[in-house]
Design a protein around this ligand. Structure first.
Ligand code: HEM
Length: 445
C-alpha cells in the first residue's frame, strides 16, 4: 500500500527537537531510531520537517535517482554565512553539475600523486615541533597539515605571506564553533547579529572579510601578471560559460572559501579520530606498525595508500563517527516513492550516514572499533557512505583518504605517541560536524 503521510517521529515542540539536535545529535539519532525505526521525521524549527532515512535500500533509491529529482543546494542555507551565496554547496541543477566538473579534476586521478610529497612533508614539519612530554592536541595539529595541503591544491605551489595570514584566520573562524553552544550561531538567525568586534557574529564576519580580502588580492595579482597553473584557482579563472563569460570575482571567492573550509576541517577531524582509536587500542597500533614495516625503508606513498589494514583502519574511523552525521538533505522536486512510501514534492529527505553505519545487521557490535570488518567483507555504497553519494558525492574523498593514510603512516613510523587521558573521548558537535570533544590530547613519548 502506498502512503503519503510523513513517517512517524517525536511529538514534542519543534524548538525542543532543534535544541536536542544541536546539543546532542548522536544520542538524539540513536534514541529516535530505536523508537521509530529506519524512517522517522524530525521537525527542526525554521526548517521543513526532515525525514531521516537509514535503510540501505532507501539510500540506494535516493542516490541512483535522476539528479533532477532532488535539489540540495537550496536546503544548505545554513552554510551560507560561512561560504557565501555562490558556493557549490548552495547550487543546484545545471550550474551545480558544470561547476562540479570544473572543480573536480585537481582532486582525482594522477593529480593525487603530486600531493603525496606535500602531505608527508607537512606531517613531518608539524610533528618536528612536538616536545617530549608536552601535551599535543591532535585535532589542532592535523588541521595545520590539512590546511597546508588544501592551500596547495587550490592555489598551486605558491607560498608566502598571504598564505601565512589565511591559515590562522581560517582556524580562528572555525574554532568559534568548537562546541554545541557556540555552534548554535549557525542554527539561530537571532544570534547572527553583527554588533562589532566583541559580538561572536561580528568577529566571525570580520575574519571572513579579512580572508576574502586576501583571496581577492591573490586573484588580482594573478590577473595582472597573467599567472596560471594546474591548480583549482587557475582552472576557475580560465573557465568560460556557454556565453563565453568567465566566473565573477564574487563567484570565485565563494568557491575558494568553500574548498578551503570543506577541504581541511573534515579531514583533520577524521585524522584526530584515527589517532584516538589507534592509541586507545594497542593491538590496532601494533598491527599497523607491522604492516608499515613490511614495506621496508622509505616506502612509495602509493604503496602506503594500498596497504589493506591501514585502509581498513581509515574506513572504520569514518564508519564509527562519520565526520558528517547526514549527507546534504535531498528535497524532492516532484513526488517520489521510497520503499513503497510516497513523498510529496518539497519533502526534505536526510540520508543518515551515522545510523546506517550503526546498523547491527551490517556492522555487528557497531559501537566497537573493528577494522577487520572491512577486510572480511565489502560494503555497498548504500551501506557505507562517509562521503555521501549520487550527484553530490564529496569531491574531495580521494584526497581525504590519501591524506589520512599518509599522515598516519608518516607519524606512526617516526614517533611514539600516547593518549594523555585514559577516559573515553566523547563525540560532540563542532559546527556541522561531529568531532572529538577535547580534540584528542596526546603526548610524545
Ligand atoms: C574525511 C574527510 C571528508 C568527509 C568525511 C567529507 C564528507 C562529505 C559529505 C558527507 C558530503 C555531502 C555528500 C552528499 O550529500 O551526498 C561532502 C560534500 C562535499 N565535500 Fe567533502 N568530505 C571530506 C573531505 C573533503 C575534502 C578534502 C574536500 C576538498 C575538496 C571536500 C569538498 C567537498 C565539497 C566541495 C562538497 C560539496 C559537493 C557538492 O555539493 O556537489 N570534502 N563531503
Amino acid at each position: 500500500m502506498v502512503t503519503t503521510k510523513l513517517p512517524d517521529g517525536p511529538k514534542h515542540p519543534r524548538w525542543l527537537q532543534l535544541i536536542q539536535w544541536i546539543a546532542d545529535p548522536l544520542n538524539c539519532l540513536n534514541a529516535y531510531s530505536r523508537r521509530y525505526g529506519d524512517m522517522f521525521t524530525l521537525k527542526l524549527t525554521s526548517f521543513e520537517p526532515f525525514v531521516f532515512l537509514s535503510h540501505p535500500q532507501a539510500i540506494q533509491e535516493i542516490f541512483t535517482a535522476d539528479p533532477k529529482q532532488f535539489d540540495s543546494g537550496r536546503t544548505n542555507g545554513i552554510a551560507r554565512p560561512l561560504v557565501g551565496d555562490h558556493s557549490l554547496l548552495l547550487l543546484d541543477g545545471n550550474i551545480h553539475s558544470s561547476r562540479r566538473r570544473l572543480i573536480m579534476p585537481p582532486f582525482h586521478g594522477e593529480r593525487m600523486h603530486s600531493y603525496s610529497q606535500i602531505i608527508c612533508e607537512s606531517a613531518k614539519l608539524v610533528a618536528s615541533q612536538w616536545t617530549v612530554g608536552k601535551p599535543i592536541e591532535a585535532r589542532a595539529a592535523m588541521q595545520e597539515i590539512t590546511l597546508e595541503v588544501i592551500l596547495h591544491a587550490v592555489f598551486g605551489l605558491r607560498q608566502g605571506e598571504r598564505y601565512q595570514q589565511i591559515k590562522p584566520l581560517l582556524g580562528a573562524m572555525l574554532n568559534m564553533m568548537d562546541s554545541p553552544l557556540s555552534s548554535s550561531l549557525l542554527f539561530f538567525k537571532f544570534l547572527q547579529q553583527d554588533l562589532g568586534d566583541w559580538s561572536p557574529w561580528g568577529k566571525m564576519r570580520q575574519r571572513k572579510q579579512h580572508i576574502y580580502d586576501l583571496l581577492q588580492a591573490e586573484i588580482n595579482e594573478r590577473r595582472s601578471n597573467e599567472l596560471s597553473g594546474n591548480d583549482v584557482l587557475s582552472l576557475m579563472m580560465s573557465a568560460r560559460d556557454e556565453n563565453g563569460q568567465p566566473m565573477t570575482d564574487a563567484e570565485l571567492l565563494d568557491e575558494l572559501m568553500t574548498l578551503l573550509i570543506a577541504g581541511h576541517e573534515t579531514t583533520a577531524t577524521a585524522l584526530s579520530w584515527a589517532f584516538y582509536w589507534i592509541h586507545k587500542l594497542p593491538q590496532v597500533r601494533q598491527k599497523l606498525l607491522d604492516e608499515l614495516d613490511s614495506l621496508g625503508d622509505n616506502p612509495e606513498p602509493m604503496a602506503i595508500s594500498r596497504l589493506p589494514y591501514l585502509s581498513a583502519v581509515c574506513s572504520e574511523t569514518l564508519r564509527i563517527y562519520p565526520v558528517l552525521p547526514l549527507t546534504f538533505a535531498r528535497v524532492t522536486n516532484s513526488p517520489f516513492k521510497i520503499m513503497g512510501h510516497e513523498f510529496e514534492a518539497n519533502t526534505m529527505l536526510a540520508p543518515c550516514i551515522y545510523l546506517t553505519h550503526h546498523r547491527e545487521d551490517l556492522y555487528p557490535e557497531p559501537e566497537k572499533f573493528k577494522p577487520e570488518r572491512f577486510i572480511e567483507r565489502q560494503f555497498t555504497p548504500y551501506e557505507y557512505l562517509p562521503f555521501g553519494g549520487g550527484n553530490r558525492r564529496c569531491i574531495g574523498f580521494a584526497l581525504a583518504l590519501l591524506e589520512m593514510k599518509l599522515v598516519l603512516a608518516t607519524i606512526l613510523s617516526n614517533y611514539q605517541l600516547a593518549l594523555a587521558d585514559t577516559k573515553p573521548v566523547k563525540a560532540q558537535r563542532r559546527g556541522l560536524t561531529i568531532a572529538p570533544a577535547n580534540g584528542v590530547r596526546m603526548v610524545l613519548l
